[in-house]
Design a binder for this molecule. Sequence first.
Ligand SMILES: [Zn+2]
Length: 90
Amino acid sequence: MKKSFPKSPRGPRAPRISNVLTDPIAFFCKDCELIVEGRPIGRKFVYKCARCGTKNVAFGTEKALRDFYRVKEESEVKKENTEQKSRKEP
Ligand SMILES: [Zn+2]
């Protein structure tokens, strides 16, 4: 096997960030092990759990949090029960 790594002709990685930023931000409390409602503390990017009050809260897209922490679907916070259509963005 040759050790030649082909460089991508388009330069650095393809920008897929915009795809992530369109998702809403969710908060995950590591103590509750749930996706919770995050409360901002002051002007810092620190959030505390609205459920137990600790600052042991991570935030990111809901999908990323689910993948990373393996949150079960049953722990999902029920907010709206309007449509059950999967997202179709143009
Ligand atoms: Zn909590």
